[in-house]
Ligand binder design. Sequence first.
Ligand SMILES: [Zn+2]
Length: 160
Amino acid sequence: MLAAWEPVRAPYRALREPLIAAEGLLNGAVGSHRHRWRRLAEAVGDDQACATAVDELLAVSMTGWRLTPVNGGWRVALLPAPGTEPGELAALQGLVLLVESAGWARLRRCGQPGCVQVFLDWTNGGNRRACSVHRRSGHVNLAGSVEKFEDGGVMTGGRR
Ligand SMILES: [Zn+2]
């Protein structure tokens, strides 16, 4: 399976599935390159270190690029390296497209005290504050950020 490469801007609806997969990989799901995903998760907050970690992931996850016909036009597709699951490459591609469009601020640590999860924010406004677990729980407790949650800032499940 080839993952198509195309310019992306908000809304990031099309990236939702690969970004959910990327969150899983960042938070310890089994993947071909799990130690490199962990390195990226540990680098959150240091943009240059994140870029280095992503560059390493790209280097080991893909073998090259190929033009492929799509719907009467052409797109650039990434070719997975042997041993890289297509879903893992798609996750990496989704993360790269999101960062390319909206910056490293879209890769953050959960704001729930004591939570070590990192998450990707693909909302239009980039105003998520918690990982998927604590978003769903609906009782995120962030000092100083409560109003943001109550006015709908982070509860974006219905309008991705
Ligand atoms: Zn959390």
